[in-house]
Design a protein around this ligand. Sequence first.
Ligand SMILES: [Zn+2]
Length: 274
Amino acid sequence: CYQSQHTCATPCNGPEKWYHANKDCEGRAQSPINIVHRKTLPDDRLTPFQFRKYQDSFSGLIKNNGHSVQVNVPHQPYVIGGDLETPYKVVQFHLHWGKNGGPGSEHTIDGEQYPMELHIVHMNEEYSTLEDALKDPIGVAVLGFFYEESLSANRKYDPVVSALQRIMTTGANTTLVSVSLEQLIHPQHNLTNYYRYKGSLTTPSCTESVIWTVFEKPIPLSRDQVEQLINPTSCWPEVGEIRNVVFLLNPLKNYSDIGFTLHLLTLPLAVNNL
Ligand SMILES: [Zn+2]
């Protein structure tokens, strides 16, 4: 079965077997990746994103599928800029976490894993379903955000934290009421530094149709909030275990080793490297 169909009672094959289900899973542009900061290059085509209608409130179904929670979003908010050729509209967002409060981000920076990672999935505005967008090699754009532990709570996350309290078991769902995408991320002016590469969905079908943007600045959450967000009944293996297996499967996955470049938008980061 696929990871998305995985339950505690019927565990799936891990990533090392995914290519049996879908040949794309042994492709050469598979996500997630480890980003090696010193091998990234600045690229002035990577202009700041503009987040349109991100401030609009919406209500959406939030579902716990055992290894992630997903919220489907009305397709009104969209992004432009960031070297995307057309506007990309929002489809859904979801969170990745680790086991028992351990690190759970999918992407890593210089081998370091963050506690959690948010993925806001967008598709080219010309498509009406994600399925259609995935047939286009640049049909999907995912914005990835790391979380870091902060001393004080991030009150903007209260609605998400309280909704997750109501869906602690795999398969449970509830309605997330009156949230906006804007309240989940940093203000636009703090999102100018990001990494860019061309990759894939991180679970089967593993389709290599994703323009990835991974923002440098993590979103703060208190330890309490991280613990409340993480589903204690989760039975999915740690992300670290999954990735290690994927790396074995596809040793070229670390892009910096094969001449791919990851790009940074602004010079301050390059200066920091000196
Ligand atoms: Zn994801």
